[in-house]
Design a protein around this ligand. Sequence first.
Ligand code: ATP
Length: 348
Amino acid sequence: MSTDLKIEAVSKNYGSVSALRDINMSVERGSFLCLLGPSGCGKTTLLRIIAGFEQATAGRLLLDGTDVSGVPPHKRGFGMVFQSLALFPHMSVAQNIAYGLKLRGIDKARQRDRVEELLNVIELPTIADRPVAALSGGQRQRVAIARALAVQPKLFLLDEPLSALDAKLRENMQIELRQLQRKFGVTTVLVTHDQTEAMMLADQLVIMDHGVVRQSGAPSEVYRAPADAFVADFLGTANVVRGEVMEDGAVAFLGMRAQVKARQLQGSKVEVAIRAENIGVVEPENPERATLGRVEFVRDLGPSVESIIAVGEEKLRVRSRASEVTSLSVGQQVGLKIDPELCSFFSR
Ligand code: ATP
């Protein structure tokens, strides 16, 4: 039976290094939470505290309302998958999956049934007897996931489980992992530094930086309304440019002006975050253009065209649909369409 998890005011110090500061979050029963952030932000430390491998310096962990902070890892009943997978290479697939069941003294017949059921779920029914050493990367990944889920964990914890896979396989495994998690309905916490992966998997995205939570919410919500310039920059491709609040309340940036109502801005100096895909490239004469720029770099990626366009001192990364820009060339002057409604404004 899956559970819900609450993390209350958790801090962790290593000597004078403060790895986590006052972390609060709750993971709903059956939901998928991704901890996302740059290297060193503290995400692995937080996962290790949840698993019980590390003790928090302060704060507590509640599982279905019960404080489990002092419970040792093997008594928490969690399933775990790490980057290294830690499968037993000399054992067969079935033995690996049955490992946790055997430790718990489940009888042989039930072990066999459960292994069979899991092999079907991970769609590898024919490889039960193969040694793990003879499997492909993606197959091993699935076996590791099946092994962790075999014991019907209260909580499923994963630390960068897909980072050793090549891009294509990784994408497929993300979809599979999400489907498996849904099928099992297990409350899941996954650590990654890959924002696409986090967007793909999460019901709830928690963005961390330097030991604190910068923002938490549904992926689309965090993407659409980033809480600060760090989040805007970290998630997707955003341009963060400088702006100035004018006397009439409008914000001047990139040689254009916009009325900003959504957010109270303090002081006159602001930062404006504009996503690469929210900048339209048009003819300089187009009446809808907001400002002018010069193309500095163009790359046709098939479905999209990536360019860098200079507007004054600022260099903007722009992502256009291939069907929308026929020919862009370096040195060309272009008009840019920027909808202020799609920009985020932050006090500097
Ligand atoms: P990465 O993606 O690189 O693994 P991370 O976000 O998982 O990074 P953590 O491994 O949680 O980050 O580390 C957070 C901070 O705590 C870092 O500054 C790290 O150097 C420090 N830290 C982690 N473990 C220890 C330890 N055992 N002793 C001292 N400092 C540590």
